[in-house]
Design a protein around this ligand. Sequence first.
Ligand SMILES: O=C(O)c1cc(=O)[nH]c(=O)n1[C@@H]1O[C@H](COP(=O)(O)O)[C@@H](O)[C@H]1O
Length: 233
Amino acid sequence: MPRPDTPLIIALDYPDLDQALVMADRLDPARCRVKVGKELFTRSGPQILEALHARGFEVFLDLKFHDIPNTVAGAVEAAADHGVWMINVHAGGGRRMMEAARERLEKRRLTTHLIAVTVLTSMTREDLAEIGIDDDPLSQVERLAALSQRSGMDGVVCSAQEATALRALCGDTFLKVTPGIRPSASNGDDQRRTLTPARALAAGSTHLVIGRPVTQALDPMAALVDVEHEIGR
Ligand SMILES: O=C(O)c1cc(=O)[nH]c(=O)n1[C@@H]1O[C@H](COP(=O)(O)O)[C@@H](O)[C@H]1O
């Protein structure tokens, strides 16, 4: 199966396997990747990964591990053993945690992409202040992205609003996976640091994570085609 030549990752945020697969069956694995997150994986377990792989999809398993180094290294190894395309940890777990995750994958020669979440796209400067970080999201994202790169991550999750700054800081090949993508007509839901698909790509995002604007649309496929047109695909 050739790698899909697309930056699009569709978030299958559904409460069970059946609903997720109804959506997956309407998508083309040559035109997008899919993301399995905490709710779906907690309900369905690895079965959903097998079902998506059988349909030819590359899967981002988004479980955002954040724990002591030894625990995260084991969790990352278990996730990568499912043969997924990408997995993630929280950069806030620190250098030793990220290095332990990277070392475990290297020891096992597992080639899944390993990236770190910087500042969640739902968070604002005020949210950061409430957890004791008196700084703007961009500065905190830059700090965590630099640490992630030094700790052996392949890239980060950030808002597309920070992608241009991270391109300058970490280079073109460092992955910038950006959720919080909102076509101009849609509302932001619980997201706070958003950008449209076209502006996100122009800013330097390497991958766009899109959930509700597609999955909750009256016609999900039409919504996806609109996004593809917007980014010139
Ligand atoms: O790691 C993620 O994927 C993630 C990080 C982040 O900072 N913000 C964020 O929204 N996400 C995920 O990206 C998806 C965004 O979905 P929508 O807001 O519905 O487009 C959800 O599955 C989130 O769990």
